[in-house]
Design a protein around this ligand. Sequence first.
Ligand SMILES: [Zn+2]
Length: 70
Amino acid sequence: MGAVFGENKKSFEVGMIWWNFYCYDCKWKGVANDLDKDDSANEWYVCPKCSSDNIEDMGWHKEEDENTGN
Ligand SMILES: [Zn+2]
């Protein structure tokens, strides 16, 4: 009938959020596609939530949605 993979096999794709940009001002997390562009700045991107440019590419992180209860 095939191998059994055991309990380590969690729900892998459901409720999993990947992000790499972090805003130090409002703690927003997201991806580059979500960033807003500040027209007054020179090719610079800002936080879509608070328009701060105090954002940083932190590398890819994986955050599970807390809404995992049944
Ligand atoms: Zn922000």
